[in-house]
Design a protein around this ligand. Structure first.
Ligand SMILES: *Cc1c(COP(=O)(O)O)cnc(C)c1O
Length: 426
């Protein structure tokens, strides 16, 4: 049986790392394509600034309907020294520089990194509709969008998304708040509490027996039949990507406030959990625009779902799934359980990122326990894929330096009993 035209043995011969990957061992893939200039992106810093300006226009709206946001959906950046010591002790290593945690687990509204991209794409669509129907101008105070006139207007339109969980939460909650009719297609193994929470908010949740990619396809087909339906495609969406990328502009300011310089002598190394690629990809793209060569990004995937690694290494991107290679895509990290990566994101980040590594589920649970024991922070399994990164890349010989930043991607909406179960496993 051939995989994209080659036998498995041929693939293994061409990419020896596949032997490890297929045995579900933890691996690190150092990106040989970094710095390659053959691919010209159509996206630029201007696109990020445009997204940031749109978010600013919506600030009065967020202030009104979610006062706890103060008009901005952003998370704190904090130093986790006790966790750093724990990692150094248990892994008998020395992590260079300060260890920072980006607390996207605390992002308002959706409790995960998806609050960046998902909410952005929904507000962009809402703005386009309201402007297009001459109900709004860009100079208006967007707090009016909370008025009945607008929720009634939006109720004539629908939004559909396919999701392993958190994207559905973010898009479902925001769309319903604006007044849209919203449908979230999920695989039946999606976490029960996420489905329950969405239904509570008035979202139509459709469950599918087959896996995530099939759920997305199903969602797209049903939506495309209707003119008033807008499909959010997390495998190809530039809007999601830009919503994530804005994080880089804000991170720059947060680092400045902590008096952390990022330059050649003090590079910034960032560890990002990766599913389909949009969130880590958008952030890596933004960071590269902001910090250039002084930032290093690593993506982290579960050993059972190394889809971005496979897509990048083989250059097949979305033309290949982990299942094609006999990997099952079953992991407790539901936010990362994606068998086929985004081709759009893969091509964008291929010349930018330093590498991709994989993590065993057992280690995710272990880290989940440690981050609570040392820092009293409660995260979901997906959010911990980045945590081992500073250990993996620590290298006394190469004498790595600079600041280490682990992106904690979700957790605050996880029900206490679900989190306790995860903690016990750790
Ligand atoms: C979705 C998600 C990610 C990864 O984002 P992708 O865009 O799918 O790569 C990481 N962590 C959590 C908690 C998520 O929900």
């Amino acid at each position: 049986m051939l995989i994209a035209g080659k036998s498995l043995d041929q693939w293994k011969a061409d990419y020896p790392l596949l032997n490890e990957l297929l045995q579900l061992n933890e691996v690190i893939w150092n990106n040989p394509y970094k710095g390659e200039t053959s691919y010209i992106s159509s996206l630029s810093l201007n696109d990020i600034l445009d997204a940031e300006a749109r978010m600013k226009r919506f600030a009065p709206y967020f202030q009104k309907v979610y006062p706890e946001t103060n008009g901005i959906i952003e998370s704190p950046l904090s130093e986790v020294n006790a966790m750093k010591k724990k990692l150094e002790q248990d892994y008998k290593t020395e992590i260079p520089g300060r260890l920072l945690l980006k607390r996207d687990d605390t992002l308002p509204i959706a409790g995960s990194i998806k609050a960046r991209g998902g909410i952005y794409e929904v507000i962009k669509h809402a703005e386009k509709l309201a402007l297009g129907h001459a109900l709004l101008t860009k100079d208006d105070n967007y707090a009016v969008l909370a008025d009945r006139k607008f929720t009634e207007f939006f109720s004539a339109f629908s939004i559909t998304v396919g999701s392993t969980g958190n994207l559905g939460l973010s898009i479902g909650i925001m769309s319903a708040k604006l007044g849209f009719k919203v449908t979230v297609h999920m695989s039946s193994d999606a976490k029960q509490w996420k489905k329950d929470l969405l239904r509570e908010k008035g979202v139509n949740v459709v469950e599918h027996e087959a896996d995530y990619s099939i759920a997305v396809e199903e969602g797209r087909k049903q939506c495309e039949k209707k003119l008033t339906c807008y499909f959010i495609d997390d495998e190809n969406s530039k809007d999601l990507f830009m919503g994530y990328a804005v994080a880089a502009l804000r991170l720059k300011k947060q680092l400045e406030r902590l008096n952390i310089k990022v330059n050649e002598a003090n590079p910034l190394t960032v560890y990002l959990p990766c599913g389909v690629g949009g969130a880590p990809g958008g952030i890596a793209f933004g960071l590269h625009q902001v910090f250039g060569e002084d930032v290093h990004c690593y993506f982290a995937e579960p050993t059972h779902s190394p889809s971005m690694l496979l897509g990048l290494m083989t250059n097949l991107h979305d033309q290949v799934s982990v299942q094609d290679f006999g990997i099952d895509n079953v992991t407790a990290a539901d936010g990362l359980a994606v068998g086929r990566p985004s081709g759009f994101v893969g091509r964008e980040i291929k010349p930018l990122i330093d590498g991709v590594y994989t993590v065993d589920d057992k280690r995710l649970y272990q880290m989940l326990r440690w981050i609570y024991d040392t820092e009293r922070i409660k995260l979901e399994p997906s959010a911990l894929a980045g945590m081992i990164g500073p250990v993996i890349t620590a290298d006394p010989v190469k004498n790595r330096k600079g600041t280490q930043l682990v992106w904690a991607t979700g957790g605050s909406l996880v029900p206490q009993n679900v989190w306790e179960e995860d903690y016990r496993r750790g």
